[in-house]
Ligand binder design. Structure first.
Ligand SMILES: [Zn+2]
Length: 172
């Protein structure tokens, strides 16, 4: 009827089934409990993102970030010279809301150095204007920048090769 009268086509969205919801919930629970990960947390009010790594679970690390975002820590975070919680610093400095619900897992590495280097690469991948990190993370010489181009699933083989060469040459 709408279509006839106003030339509007109504598209009905497929309704979410219980199975869809449970599957989605299951995945997010699984994500919350993964360990040794490199993750990113976006800001809701600007294009900045924070990249971090943790040996613990994503859930525990996010709780820590959220905790430092509390009002009572504002002056402590803003005055801190360590600047190791970029996400809380960004929140307190700008008043922006952090989009914790959209935290993404960027990688999983059990080995400490591999995790640190992956974090450094992920920070490097972000243009400076989009970084909420106060520190650039593990410094990787620009001659390895090529490696960044291959950090996508379809180039996994090439990425692993470059990454292994990097680890070997740097004695990690
Ligand atoms: Zn922001």
């Amino acid at each position: 009827m709408l279509e006839e009268e106003f030339g509007i086509t109504v598209i009905f969205k497929k309704t979410q089934t219980l199975g869809d919801i449970l599957l989605k919930k299951g995945r997010s629970i699984e994500k919350q409990h993964r360990k040794n990960i490199i993750y990113s947390i976006p800001c809701k009010d600007c294009p900045k993102k924070y990249v971090g790594q943790t040996t613990g679970t994503l859930r525990k690390r996010c709780k820590e970030h959220e905790n430092w975002c509390k009002k009572k820590y504002k002056s402590k975070i803003l005055k801190s010279t360590k600047k190791n919680d970029g996400i809380a610093f960004h929140h307190h400095q700008t008043g922006h809301t952090i989009n914790f619900a959209n935290t993404k897992i960027l990688g999983e590495e059990e080995n400490y150095w591999r995790r640190l280097i992956t974090e450094g690469l992920e920070i490097k991948k972000l243009p400076i204007t989009k970084r909420a990190n106060m520190q650039s993370g593990y410094e990787i010489d620009p001659c390895w920048d090529n490696m960044l181009k291959y950090r996508e699933p379809e180039h996994q083989g090439r990425y692993m090769l470059l990454f292994s060469s990097y680890m070997m040459l740097n004695n990690r």
